[in-house]
Ligand binder design. Structure first.
Ligand SMILES: [Zn+2]
Ligand SMILES: [Zn+2]
Length: 248
């Protein structure tokens, strides 16, 4: 299941990258992207795509092994339950995690993600290099991979969440009222909805990752059929500050 999940995420990334390169407006935006932004986005993708999974499987896993009173693999649950655990329950935790990142001192760190001015799949993981330490995925995923006797369903949920995250940061929107739109829009956060989270006009909405239920429950949902006209925030941070220490 781990291999299947990795293939799913890889195909989503390659497919969305190919679409971005072929879509004329996106290609123009890619060509106009600054070297600084290319470096920031590449560093973010390397951290989130390689370093974080490696940390989860080694250092964090060993931390739990030393500190938790349970030995690994003690939690038994079916494939569907473990899938729902990662795709739904952890998604709710992430909703509050994301809202916290928009408050107080945490905003300084998270603001780097919001410096993306044109959504494309490469900007999905733009962040200060250590920002993942503040995102629950690092800790909660490692915990359940440690506890679960069979983490196959959980890993599938993690991979689907990652693939959807890549899609949400692209401009590949589904035509409204199409069959696919009618199937997905009642429950899934779509790219145009996450784009409004990144918008300059209305940034305090659509904090959810997978499900829009959490935003609807807590009054932060903004329904959108189209992409906003302006994306991103202005920040006086320089490249080094964005990458390592986003404080003025
Ligand atoms: Zn945000
Ligand atoms: Zn985003």
């Amino acid at each position: 299941m781990l291999i299947l999940g990795q293939i799913l995420v890889f195909l989503a990334f390659i497919g969305l990258l190919g679409w971005t390169a072929f879509a004329r407006s996106c290609r123009t935006q890619l060509q106009a992207k600054s070297l600084e932004d290319w470096l920031l986005d590449s560093a973010g993708l390397c951290v989130q795509g390689m370093l974080i999974p490696l940390l989860q499987a080694t250092v964090i896993y060993q931390l739990y092994r030393h500190w938790l009173p349970l030995s690994p693999g003690k939690l038994h649950a079916s494939l569907i339950v473990t899938f729902m655990l990662s795709f739904v329950a952890v998604d709710y935790l992430y909703y509050w995690n994301h809202r916290l990142l928009h408050s107080g001192v945490f905003w300084n760190i998270h603001q780097v993600h919001h410096t993306v001015t044109h959504l494309d799949v490469l900007g999905t993981s733009r962040n200060t290099i250590w920002a993942s330490l503040l995102i629950i995925y690092l800790w909660v995923h490692s915990l359940f991979l440690y506890l679960l006797a069979d983490p196959a369903g959980y890993l599938l949920g993690v991979s689907l969440t990652s693939a959807l995250d890549l899609w949400r940061h692209s401009q590949l929107t589904i035509p409204s009222n199409s069959c696919l739109d009618r199937c997905l829009s009642p429950w899934l956060i779509l790219p145009q909805e996450h784009a409004w989270h990144h918008s300059s006009q209305l940034p305090n909405c659509n904090y959810g990752a997978n499900l829009k239920l959490w935003d609807k429950l807590h009054g932060t949902y903004y329904q959108a059929n189209e992409l906003p006209s302006a994306i991103g925030i202005a920040t006086p941070l320089n490249f080094t500050q964005k990458l390592f220490l986003p404080f003025l």
